[in-house]
Design a protein. Sequence first.
Length: 111
Amino acid sequence: MTIFSKIINREIKADIVYEDDLCLAFHDVNPQAPVHVLLIPKKPIESLDAFDDSDAMLAGHLLLKVPQIAATLDLADGYRTIINTGHNGGQTVFHLHIHIMGGRSLTWPPG
């Protein structure tokens, strides 16, 4: 069980900004920008590589929620979305999550 599963199950407290039957979004405890929210599916999917055809509706749902969540976070000037996949991709929690970051000008490349 990952820390994100514990957040979904309310075993660990989080500053939740959005929730529905399929997903949950909350502020990152180690923010890398003034606004840094994580959007996670409630279904325990390890990474982007673990999606399969049966997850197409969930994948679309997550992506459609990103701009809605960004709007509630007052990110009209822009934001960045990141999905880290695998160890070399920078993934540290093996439960799929989308970073939504903004609140300042973000540089490129990210690192």
